[in-house]
Design a protein around this ligand. Structure first.
Ligand code: COA
Length: 420
């Protein structure tokens, strides 16, 4: 029985910083960011969005053609969790009005918990083929201002429906995995920004890739030539290139030029160059970028490597289905990326510096352009989420009410504002 990805969609906020702007501010040649790291833009999350609103926005689009009653489980992968106890999956379940019989759980292991969720989801649907799993991976990659990690920030979410009707890609049951207790990247609970030993992390990433590959080959007997295309976890897109060159050398492949090897990953890097690191979502935005490229992929075999610092790695494969293009959201994704608003440096600093008040009083968040959902505020330490359309309708109702009764509009009625 085939199982895999039935639908996939990603979401990034409406705002981005061009890394030329950051380079100018830091006195660095922008070619270091554009070419050395392979990053051009990074998505910036406004104060009225978080992993829940981004995850729900991605999920809303992924669920467009899926019967909500078929969803048995909502898994939410993140390393930017908003609560130590309540899972972000429960909020998404509520915002999407999913059936109450769903199980909702949050998963964590740095950037690879999305893949852990995917493998768990596939095991579930193989056991109960009529049921489907909604998997959301959503993160805000945040490093200190002025640190080497700063140009590799980003934020966004991906949502996938996993089922035994894999319209996009069937995923093989075997995988190679590897864990090691190392400190290459981490974020203590009391810190807002991640700590990273970047150069060490690259070494550990590559070691994890080698170990996963070894185990994958032992499990399956497949070799490098079995795959047509590869997708890697992308903390920055040059990492994908480094990883692929390493794997080709390690696997001792013959008959490929460097250009041919780069061709095997180039299509998976396009979107990430524009979004920055999305942690748990990065690998799957890369996969979406590949699937939505002009290349004809039906029947192609894809190799995917997931890496989560700390560290855990997983390598697995799958095959693209016939007629997969009909199930993609290519135009939506491309418009979403093109229609974003560029920030100047002071606005970037302001947005990244914003923190939700922690005093337990009622606070409304400033209103920015968002997707279908926004974090409207906080009260008694509870986050308040709204559906933007419902908020606009309530606003219009309030306005009409005011006109009818010739009263002034309420002070707390919200407006959309633009920042750039
Ligand atoms: N033009 C073109 N390329 C340039 C350049 C220029 N003017 N100046 C430097 N470069 C290249 C360097 O040669 C290097 O390329 P190489 O890796 O092929 O040698 C690349 O740009 C990066 O330069 P480097 O000096 O190594 O960068 P850095 O010290 O600023 O750190 C990272 C880069 C990636 C280590 C850092 O951004 C980081 O730690 N990011 C976070 C990564 C992360 O989150 N990892 C954990 C999860 S996987």
């Amino acid at each position: 029985m085939k199982a895999g990805i039935e639908a996939i969609s990603f979401y990034v906020p409406k705002y981005y910083l061009d890394l030329k702007t950051l380079a100018a501010e830091r006195g660095i040649d922008h070619a270091k960011y554009y070419n050395g790291l392979g990053q051009e833009k990074m998505a910036i999350v406004p104060p009225d969005e978080d992993v829940v609103t981004m995850g729900a926005s991605a999920a809303l689009r992924a669920m467009e053609k899926v019967n909500p009653a078929s969803i048995d489980t909502v898994l939410f992968a993140t390393e930017s969790g908003i609560d130590q106890s309540k899972s972000a999956a429960v909020y998404v379940h509520g915002l999407l009005d999913l059936p109450s019989h769903c199980k909702c759980v949050e998963l964590k292991q740095a950037c690879c918990s999305g893949t852990a969720g995917l493998l768990m989801a596939l095991a579930m649907v193989r056991q109960q083929p009529a049921k489907k799993v909604l998997l959301v991976a959503s993160d805000i990659a945040r490093y200190g201002f002025g640190t080497a990690g700063e140009p590799t920030q980003g934020g966004g979410a991906v949502a996938m429906v996993l089922s035994t009707e894999p319209h996009l890609m069937a995923i093989d049951p075997q995988n190679g995995s590897y864990s090691d207790d190392v400190m290459d990247f981490w974020r203590p609970n009391y810190m807002e920004e991640a700590l990273v030993d970047g150069k060490y992390s690259i070494k550990v990433y590559v070691k994890a890739l080698t170990e996963c590959w070894n185990q994958y080959v032992r499990e399956t007997g497949h070799d490098f030539d079995y795959f047509d295309w590869f997708c890697y976890h992308l903390p920055f897109t040059r990492m994908g290139e480094k990883a692929h060159m390493h794997l080709a050398k390690y696997a001792d492949v013959h008959g490929y030029t460097k250009a041919q090897l780069m061709e095997q990953i180039a299509a998976s890097l396009r979107y990430n160059r524009q979004t920055g690191n999305l942690y748990t979502a990065s690998l799957y935005v890369g996969l979406t970028s590949l699937l939505e490229s002009p290349a004809e992929l039906a029947g192609s075999r894809l190799g995917l490597f997931s890496y989560g610092s700390g560290c855990v790695g997983m390598f697995f494969g799958g095959q693209v289905m016939e007629n997969y293009q009909a199930h993609l959201k290519t135009s939506d994704h491309q418009h979403m990326l093109q229609d974003r608003i560029e920030l100047d440096y002071p606005t970037y600093r302001k947005m990244y510096g914003y923190r939700l008040p922690q005093d337990g009083q009622q606070h409304d968040t400033p209103v920015y352009h968002t997707g279908p959902f926004r974090l409207a505020g906080i009260n008694e330490h509870k986050r308040i989420y709204t559906a933007v359309q419902a908020e606009i309708e309530a606003d219009t109702d309030a306005k009409n009410q005011c006109i009818r009764s010739e009263q002034h509009r309420p002070e707390n009625t919200k407006h959309m504002v633009s920042v750039a």
